[in-house]
Write a new protein. Sequence first.
Length: 395
Amino acid sequence: MFAIIKGLLFFSVLSYKANGWEEIQYDKDGDLSLGEFILKYGSVPISTHELTLSDGYIIEVYRLESEDADTKKPFLLMHGLSGCSDSFFVDKKKSLPFFLMKQGYDVWLINNRGTIHSRRHTRLNSRTDKEYWQFSWQEIGLMDMPATIDLILANNKHEKVALLGHSEGSFEIFVGLSELPEYNKKIAISFHFGGAAYHSGCVPKMLNAGCRMRNLIQELLDRMGIAQLIPSNGIRETLISLCRLDTFSETCRQFMFDLLVVTNDSFSDFKDVSFIFTKWICGGSVREFLHFSQTGQSGIFARYDYGPRKNRKIYNSTLPPRFHLERVTSPTAIFCGMEDLFCRKENIDKARSEIPNVVFAKLIPHFGHVDFLLDRALQHHIYKDMIKLLRKYFK
């Protein structure tokens, strides 16, 4: 199936001149590697740290290199669904990693298993072995995140690290700190952008239908052998190329607007949507998306639901066990947007009723789900609050 789609997409790109299609003046920064991009806008190199996890997955963790970095307070950024470390740099020189670096922090970025930077395994081939893709944000929170925290603290003189998770990254933090409560002692404070463990993403009619059909969708995808969100770099690059054509640029723009739930105020600054695609389409597993849908439909923050029969075999219960959010005892700060379908006041209230140490919660007017990475007024809406909280809890 994907071979057919890929062929059609490539045929469209190859034939665009014959049909009078023109390439827009796209943002050439989208063609830079992340290292080149950071050198251009942050004037610092990045170092790559390779981690082999207990289940054989090999991930890459990046660090913004700076003078005496090991003496600075460490800060780990965790990206959202289908994103990667690149996603935090959409705002170029105003991006969050550069802001934190200027504030004197030792900045680290994780690349989850299955993303374009972390697709290796000690035994499995991500291109040919479907088994490689049998994970959700549950495994990332239980294995990728704690291993990365240990790596950071092994390369820094401080005993704690600050965490920030955007969207799915927030879910992973809650998973890790609830199921491995000893890690709370290693966390100075965790920030959550557009994530409060629970979400309302299944409320709209279109998304609600998808959530209710989760089991059917999973069965269909299994039969078709589809386990990746983005099946190959070839299709990723083709999508980016299509969005650089005048014929498709507006369609891509509308698709991005609807998919990522952004607001007009921040999105209007981006004339070339393909640039955002280069930073956001990094891959991941279908199971990550299905787990997200499961949480929205059930209203329960729990482990992945394999179905009653397999649940009994894995969990010794027909229902997946809940994550124990009451064990998240480290200071927690939650930021949600009033225009965000996936993080609303009711989600914050529910999280606060279970998480014992929510020290800060804020609803931001006219903010969508990805405005946390795009909005030009982050300094006013978020950064001031973050710095105050860091000064209070990361001494």
